[in-house]
Design a protein around this ligand. Structure first.
Ligand code: 76B
Ligand code: MG
Length: 214
């Protein structure tokens, strides 16, 4: 049967990247998406903004919602201090299987805990399952209609502390209007918009960074 797009992306990484070299894995995926097939990785333009926020926060505890093929997982994990691990959640098992192989190819498997399932199910289990009190950094890149209910779930589950940083992809395209309205109008968050474009296109998109004020 015909291969899937994530499988073709993995083949491109194995062909064009150097094992154990995260930068080459990132470049190989961006090359594939620009020259062969568009895919919903955060991409290089928004990825550079992600890099700068992760570097600024230098988090000890990290959660990513929406692993997809592991592109942003690799971008984040390569910047973490030694001994720091990130938890990444993917809903689609086929995506998770490809992500596991791409993350391993980059040599970052020891810095990543991959979980399969839905955010609504996982978030309430996090404290218990992973001995986490609060997150320093959360990257929201999952189903766009889950951004708002999940940020409320983070609050209810006590997973945020004063200074926790949430960075949300796709707030313009496909869009998360209710989420934007919430973080921009809530007195409990300080929000800032980083304009960019939908990965590998000229379509307007951007990242919203929101700091929890406690
Ligand atoms: C409920 C739950 C869900 C998850 C979960 N796991 N994996 C994902 C992927 C979600 N991502 C996207 O849908 C996405 C889409 C586009 C897009 C597509 C088509 C267009 F035309 C234009 C833009 C662009 C992007 O950048 C995206 O990120 N969610 C994990 C856990 N719990
Ligand atoms: Mg995205």
């Amino acid at each position: 049967t015909r291969s899937t797009r994530p499988q073709r992306m993995l083949k491109a990484v194995q062909k064009n990247a150097t094992k154990g070299n995260p930068e080459s894995v990132i470049s190989a995926i961006d090359y594939f998406c620009k020259n062969s097939e568009w895919a919903m990785n955060v991409g290089d333009e928004k990825g550079s903004i992600l890099d700068s926020v992760v570097t600024e926060v230098n988090p000890s505890t990290v959660l990513e919602l929406g692993t997809y093929c592991g592109y942003s997982t690799v971008r984040i994990a390569r910047l973490l201090s030694p001994g720091t691990k990130l938890i990444t959640l993917e809903f689609n098992p086929a995506y998770a299987t490809v992500a596991r192989q791409i993350i391993a190819y980059a040599g970052l498997q020891d810095k990543v805990t991959q979980v399969e399932g839905s955010s609504a199910d996982l978030i309430p289990q996090i404290k218990e399952r992973f001995s986490i009190t609060t997150f320093d950094f959360i990257f929201l890149d999952h189903w766009k209609d889950r951004y708002l209910p999940d940020i409320k779930l983070f609050e209810e589950c006590g997973l945020l502390r004063k200074g926790s940083v949430l960075l949300a992809d796709n707030v313009i395209c496909p869009g998360a209007p209710e989420y934007l309205e919430y973080v921009r109008n809530s007195p409990r968050y300080e929000s800032r918009y980083y304009p960019a474009h939908l990965e590998y296109t000229k379509v307007e998109d951007g990242l919203e960074k929101s700091v929890f004020l406690g």
